[in-house]
Design a protein. Structure first.
Length: 276
């Protein structure tokens, strides 16, 4: 599959994902659902679910097999953004050109909506046609990526002095990327060794993603790696992590062109500067 074909595949699958995600968030089931929809459908790039779906191309069964996992991962990611924007953390007024959830509604409702999205993600998994054991494994992965060894732990480190930046990134961003790829590998029925390799790739990819974000936007969050390292040091670190991800992809030998195209797109995201 050529790069243009892979890109067309990703656009098609993104549209399929949007339709599926919308079906899992009905308009009026509870007072929080309008907030869920506002947060979920605000123009995100869907990087994590597209990684799940493109890797799922290795599965001969239909895409419906991976869509519940992709949706659950995106719900947790969106919850993390909602919480990150709150006044007690980054206190952001805008996200993707729109008022943040706490500005559009209220901080209290935004906090509850973030919590509710995590619960909704777990609910989506319970409704999926996975085996009982797979549902349990995926739910454990999802909740671990959200908890004190994942996003919540990383967000707490942002508020503490002298936190190690790479540990913070591995938890705040890497944990959900790791869960996304590990969970997909489980759905695909890979060996435990291969599942672990995909989890490691996801964590490294998450660190790359956060380094890229910090280098592009140095002043809007409560923590930025540029508070600890100078820009040339950060660029060198980013190049090392990108190279490591490429080596891992090569080792895994993934025969899914859309996945490889998306990986390369992520690894070269915003690459305007080079390390000296």
């Amino acid at each position: 599959m050529t790069a243009p074909k892979a890109n067309r595949f990703l656009r098609t699958r993104e549209a399929l994902f949007e339709e599926y995600l919308s079906s899992k968030v009905p308009e009026a089931r509870s007072p929080l659902h309008p907030l869920y929809r506002y947060a979920l459908f605000s123009g995100g790039k869907r990087v994590r679910p597209l990684l799940v779906i493109s890797l799922g191309e290795l599965l001969s069964a239909s895409q419906e097999r991976v869509l519940p996992w992709a949706a659950a991962v995106e719900m947790v990611h969106t919850a993390s953004l909602v919480h990150d924007d709150l006044p007690l953390l980054d206190n952001d007024d805008l996200r993707r050109g729109k008022p943040t959830l706490h500005k559009a509604f209220s901080p209290g409702l935004a906090l509850l909506a973030g919590d509710g999205l995590v619960s909704l993600g777990a609910e989506v998994l319970q409704e999926a046609s996975y085996s009982t054991s797979l549902k349990l494994r995926l739910t454990q992965l999802l909740l671990r990526s959200w908890g004190d060894q994942g996003i919540a732990g990383g967000q707490s480190m942002e508020l503490l002095p002298d936190s190690d930046p790479l540990d913070l990134f591995a938890m705040k961003t890497g944990a959900l990327f790791a869960a996304a790829l590990e969970g997909t590998a489980l759905i695909l029925g890979f060996t435990p060794k291969r599942v672990k390799l995909f989890a490691s790739l996801g964590e490294e990819l998450g660190i790359v993603f956060q380094l890229q974000d910090d280098l592009q936007d140095s002043g809007s969050s409560s923590f930025n790696i540029l508070f600890r390292l100078n820009r040339p040091e950060c660029l060198r670190l980013l190049e090392e992590k990108v190279d490591r991800c490429r080596r891992m992809v090569h080792t895994l030998k993934v025969d899914a062109p859309p996945f490889n195209e998306l990986m390369e797109r992520i690894l070269t995201r915003g690459k305007d500067e080079k390390a000296p």
